[in-house]
Design a protein around this ligand. Structure first.
Ligand SMILES: Nc1nc2c(ncn2[C@@H]2O[C@H](COP(=O)(O)OP(=O)(O)OP(=O)(O)O)[C@@H](O)[C@H]2O)c(=O)[nH]1
Ligand SMILES: [Mg+2]
Length: 315
């Protein structure tokens, strides 16, 4: 049982009360992945699981931030609180996109029931999972009903996000043949809801038909995904999207759902990989040096060395 330092104890109290500065401080701890944060997160974790984590992903410029802005308004009208984390897996915190996101959601700045933060995950060992997961937990602990994770759909990151989120929304735009093609590569598999945003542009209906056709090709027994059209700039379709998102949440059961169990397994595996990697890279690990030396001399294959390193771990 960890004993929290008095400073951490008071941070925890402030967090529970939803204090915004405390939330900011805790997120910074999660971002820097500091070892001191470990005991804090162990305290937070059992008290999470009450928030609905929604992943929103899609190609650059497909309208994710604009749509989220509309979602925030719709959820606030229902008196729900909303936190948004714009996850940027590639670039360090800088002006550009992050500033754009802030401006796009600026109308909610003065609202106590809304919290928006960008998270740079570049340089994190083992992908995004450890920090994003901790940040989502912090926001749940601070009492937010919905935690929206925005991430650009460029590869692995959105698939990782889908393991954290209970509901995953994938955006694309009409007529963007390349976007729809790109969806094939795994992203379609993670979608609970597919949104054709920018429905005001030509070809939205064809894109919807195309996506529905692609969905029928998913593996049998695969979860059903809904397809809808939205126009984020005018707000058309957003109420329907909120209905689909909340409905999806109520239909999944956290403990028994097969899909959730798969997610938990992947989450666990990713976290384990990150922790193991950290240990392996620890310079004081002399036993590992022996294994490395055998590899360098060509006495063992890489796979054999990995197995030996894993054995070290279980001792
Ligand atoms: N015509 C039209 N334009 C839209 C719609 N939704 C968003 N846009 C515009 O598309 C552009 C990109 O929107 P963003 O919300 O920044 O897109 P994003 O997916 O968050 O972009 P990144 O975070 O950079 O990947 C902006 O100029 C929006 O005004 C829509 O429904 N119709
Ligand atoms: Mg954006």
């Amino acid at each position: 049982m960890d004993v929290l330092e008095p400073k951490q104890r008071s941070l925890l109290k402030a967090l529970e009360a939803g204090d915004r500065r405390a939330i900011g401080r805790a997120i910074t701890l999660a971002e820097t992945n500091s070892t001191r944060a470990g005991s804090l997160f162990r305290e937070i974790h059992p008290n999470t699981g009450r928030g609905h984590i929604i992943g929103i992903t899609g190609p650059p410029g497909s309208g994710k931030s604009t749509l989220i802005d509309g979602l925030i308004s719709a959820l606030r009208n229902l008196s729900h609180t909303v936190a948004v984390i714009a996850v940027d897996p590639s670039s360090p915190i800088s002006g550009g996109a992050i500033l754009g996101d802030r401006l796009r959601m600026a109308s909610h700045n003065a609202d106590e029931g809304v919290f928006i933060r960008s998270l740079s995950t570049r340089g994190h060992l083992g992908g995004l999972i450890p920090s994003v997961h901790n940040v989502a937990n912090i926001l749940e602990f601070a009492g937010f009903n919905h935690i929206i994770l925005e991430t650009v759909g460029t590869g692995q990151s959105e698939i990782e996000i889908a393991d954290i989120a209970q509901t995953t929304v994938v955006l694309c735009t009409p007529g963007a043949g390349d976007d729809v093609q790109a969806l094939k590569a795994g992203v379609l598999e993670i979608a609970d809801i597919l949104v054709v945003n920018k429905e005001d542009l030509h070809g939205a209906d064809i894109t919807v038909q195309l996506l529905k056709a692609m969905l029928t090709l998913r593996a049998p027994g695969h979860k059903k995904a809904q397809v809808i059209k939205t126009c984020a700039t005018t707000g058309r379709g957003i109420d329907e999207l909120v209905t689909l998102i909340t409905h999806h949440y109520t239909t999944i059961s956290r403990n028994t759902d097969k899909v959730l169990r798969e997610k938990s397994r992947r989450l666990l595996a990713t976290k384990a990989a990150a922790l193991f990697m950290q240990e392996l890279l620890d310079a004081s690990n002399t036993e590992l040096d022996t294994i490395c030396a055998a590899f360098e001399r060509g006495e063992r294959t890489l796979a054999q060395c990995v197995r030996e390193a894993l054995k070290l771990k279980s001792h």
